[in-house]
Structures are given as C-alpha cells and as structure tokens.
Design a protein around this ligand. Structure first.
Ligand SMILES: [Ca+2]
Length: 500
C-alpha cells in the first residue's frame, strides 16, 4: 500500500505486508504481528516464529492470524550503491517515517480489517512479538498506539539507537581503529586484527573468574549482572597482561585498556555519558562449537582471518541514514570513513539535542527513535509487556534496557504490567553460552487473558556444545531477581534454581 515515487531520490516506495490467516475453524480469535530486524526492508514470512517452541510450531500453527511488514522500503530494489545502499530510504522523509512508526500503524489497521472481513468478526486479542528492531517496534506499539495490542514481547529492544549504537559504535570503532595498525586492503583500519579469538577467550575467562560465583554457583554463567562490575573484572584482566612478548595466553596492556574503555560506554568531550555501558559477561567469547563469530567478534571486529574488517560496514551502512538529519549522500564505500570522521566528541548528553528535526525531515530522530516507556493508557486497559535482553548482546547494550525498565517503573508501578528478563550469556537475541531458548508467548497470553502474572520462565540451551550437559536449563528471572541455585539437585536443571 501507499505505492509512490520519492520526490527526493526518485525511488519507488511502498509498504508491503504479508498476512496469513488460519481457516475459520482453526483460528483462535487472536491477531499477531511479527516485528522486523535491523533497518527492515525485508518482508518476513508471516508465520510468527516462536524460537522456544517446537521446531514446527509457530503462532500461525497455534491458530493466530499473523501479519508482517517490510516497513515501507525494499532492500532488493531500494538499494543504490551510489546513494547509501539499503540505507537510502532514510533520505525520503516518508520512507523514514514509515520505518520509525507509520508502517506498523497502517499494517496493523489493514491486517485487523482483513481479519475482520475474512472471519466476519474482529480479533478478540492482539499481540506483537519482536527482537532487536522488532523489540523497538513492540515497545513503540505499547507507547504510541496503546489501543492496538493487548500484549507485546520486546527482545533486545533497539530502544535508543541514538543513545546506543550510533555514537557508541563510532567511539568503539574509533578506539579499535586507533590500535589497529596497518590498513586492510580497502585502506580501512584492520580492526579485525586487534583481538584474536584466543584473546577474547581470555577475556571471557577473566569475567568468569571475577563474577561467576556472585550468583552463588560456579556454573560458567554470570547470573547476577548488577554485581559484576568493571571494578571486579579489571584486576582479572590486568593479571592477564603479558610480562614479555605477546603470546596466545596473555593480552597486551593496550588490549586491556582499550577493551575496558569500550565496555564503559561512550562519553563526550565534557565527560558526559552519551551511550550506555556494555555488560561484563562470559558470552563475550561465544566459543564452543566453533561459534566464535556469533558473539562480540562478529559485531565489533569481523573474522580475524578475513581480508578486511567488516565491522565498519556492519555498523555504519544504515544508521547514517536514519539517525542523522538531514542524511548524508554517500556511496556505500564512502560510509565507513564518513563514520570514522564523525565528531561524536561534541555530541550532547541529550540525544534530542543531537538529532533534531530539520527541513523536510519533520520527525526528530532524537525524539522518535527513543523509547520512553509505555504509559498509563496501555497499562490501564490491561496491556502487558514481557521484555528480555542478553547480557552479552554486542549490538545493543543490556544496560539500556535496564534503564528503560527502571524509568518505566518510576513512571508507573511497572511490575503491574511489565516483566523484564535478563538472559545471562546470550548474544544478540539468540546464541552464546546461554539458556537462550524460551517461549514467552504462552506466559504473555496467560497474563493478558487470565491475569496470571509470570515469574520464572524456563529456558534451555539451544547450542548443546556450550555446556558439559547438552540440555542445560535455567529459569529466567524477572529483573532484579537472580536465578539462584537451591543448594541441592542437578545443576543443569532449572528445577534446582529459584528466582531470588
Ligand atoms: Ca554463576
């Protein structure tokens, strides 16, 4: 819908959506929208995947009517290498607005109308489920459109790209670039060579030494994130500094200093925080089963053995076009250097100041691209939010979601309608040495429809290689409760733990 040609860059844009409806007899009376990912532009198959459920089980198979959208641009066609590549939609004010919020409004309304026409009655309940950008969309629906959905699941929400990935990645990359030595074959800093896979394993082991036991059990998992501070981890890292030449069993002082600086978050030249800190967690390694690239390395560095550093492209290609107003006009190949020269040190501590509306771009990214916590209308009509976030998420800082939860709690009585579940060891949405397989739709539906508030949610390790026992399970606990070993019973079974 809304098919049109952009007056800014001549590209054709439309909001595509995919709606799948079970037969009348199979329909459970509910509507379900799938969140997107990254900067979207890909139309997901509207089956509503539920990673923690059975292999063939999804929202559609459970009887939900399911809708998805590309959010108003198509990466396959809106992809001019001389104009930002897949980020170029950000130059068209309406395509940008569709990505921020408009498309989800239109698609929800269209989807619900088609459901009503097809079944002859309206959906009784509606749910929105997403992770990363989809996690942002879930919170957006609860905040901006409080009457549309009765319950949302928000994983690793990109709730403040302005306050996390944008300036943060700039500063992190600049720090790594500073240490990287010789340029790669593209003439860019060899960031991928700054830490070997073995180096990152050393960091993970240092984190475990400092923090594993803080939750009451040495089990290779940091179950008490609030207690695992930089002050505890740094001495363990310092103990790893090479006394002589750099070897595989030690780190250079520069490596320790740079990593510590990155993990602390981003500050401007006045010393004000402009992005959240990263959490110290064992999942920074993500090593078992050869899965190193699932973790920190894949987001920050790129493969050590690769010819070029892919991290610059990974971080920079799209955000320039949706965070900065007006957006630059750059060839895709020019974007990494544009980022490296971006003056993040002069940014304000207030993202609203940094990214104001400008000219034809009438939505201020600093306002619209920041989540503030769902308000009274959503709560008062019985809306519920389940949020989760991996402690080792290398794309979006866990600390930002903690902040969001605390702000929401301060504004309302958040436990009334929000539960937030930290996932120790988990990387971005999934992966890492974690019990990262869990199903939150059933608890959410029970909360919304039966008033049964969720407490512990059982999670299993999706990758059997990470732990000695391949089917380790743990309770995920509503923040700030910590999964705590009861002192007896199988240490690989969630049944031996309580949320305390
Ligand atoms: Ca532990």
């Amino acid at each position: 819908m809304n098919d049109r040609v952009s007056p800014v860059n001549g590209q054709r844009y439309a909001i595509k959506f995919n709606l799948r409806m079970p037969s009348s007899s199979a329909w459970n009376g509910r509507f379900f929208m799938m969140g997107g990912g990254g900067t979207n532009g890909a139309l997901g198959d509207a089956r509503g995947p539920l990673p923690g459920a059975g292999q063939t089980e999804n929202a559609l198979s459970r009887g939900f009517a399911v809708v998805s959208t590309d959010s108003g641009h198509d990466n396959a066609t809106n992809n001019d290498p001389n104009d930002g590549g897949t980020g170029s939609f950000g130059r068209d004010p309406q395509a940008r607005r569709d990505y921020y919020f408009d498309s989800y409004d239109h698609v929800t309304q269209a989807g619900k109308l088609l459901v009503q026409r097809f079944y002859g009655k309206t959906a009784q309940r509606s749910y929105f489920v997403g992770c990363s950008e989809g996690g942002r969309e879930a919170l957006l629906m609860a905040e901006r459109y409080p009457t549309y959905y009765d319950g949302v699941i928000s994983g690793a929400p990109n709730l403040s790209a302005i306050r996390s990935s944008t300036p943060q990645n700039l500063q992190d990359l600049a720090k790594l670039a500073r240490d990287s030595g010789i340029p790669d074959s593209n003439g860019l800093p060899s960031i991928h060579k700054t830490y070997s896979d073995a180096d990152i394993q050393l960091v993970s082991s240092a984190v475990l030494k400092a923090c594993d036991a803080l939750d009451g059990l040495k089990d290779g998992m940091v179950g008490h994130p609030q207690a695992c501070t930089a002050a505890l981890v740094r001495p363990e890292l310092d103990r790893l500094i090479c006394s002589g030449a750099k070897g595989t069993n030690c780190l250079t002082a520069q490596q320790v200093a740079t990593l510590s600086e990155i993990m602390a978050g981003t500050f401007n030249s006045r010393g004000q925080r402009i992005a959240w800190e990263w959490s110290w967690d064992a999942g920074i390694g993500g090593s078992a089963n050869g899965a190193v690239n699932q973790g920190w390395r894949s987001w920050f560095l790129g493969a050590f053995g690769g010819a070029v550093s892919n991290s610059l492209k990974l971080f920079s290609s799209n955000l320039a076009y949706v965070a900065v107003t007006p957006p630059p006009v750059l060839k895709v190949t020019e974007i990494p250097n544009w980022w490296l020269n971006y003056d993040y040190r002069s940014l304000s501590a207030d993202p609203v100041v940094n990214y104001p509306a400008s000219g034809i771009y009438t939505d201020a990214p600093g306002v619209i691209f920041t989540a503030y916590g769902a308000g009274d209308e959503f709560r008062n009509r019985g809306g519920k939010i389940l949020a989760y976030h991996g402690l080792s998420d290398p794309a979006i800082p866990f600390a930002g979601t903690v902040k969001w939860f605390e702000q929401t709690q301060a504004k309302t009585n958040a436990q009334d309608f929000v539960r937030f579940y930290p996932v120790p060891g988990m990387n971005h949405c999934v992966g890492g040495p974690a019990t990262d397989k869990f199903e939150m739709l059933t608890p959410l539906v029970d909360w919304v429809e039966k008033g049964i508030a969720p407490n512990a949610i059982t999670a299993e390790a999706s990758n059997p290689a990470y732990f000695a026992a391949p089917n380790r399970s743990r309770p995920l606990c509503p923040f700030p409760a910590v999964p705590t070993y009861n002192g007896t019973g199988n240490v690989d079974s969630a049944a031996s733990f309580s949320c305390r």
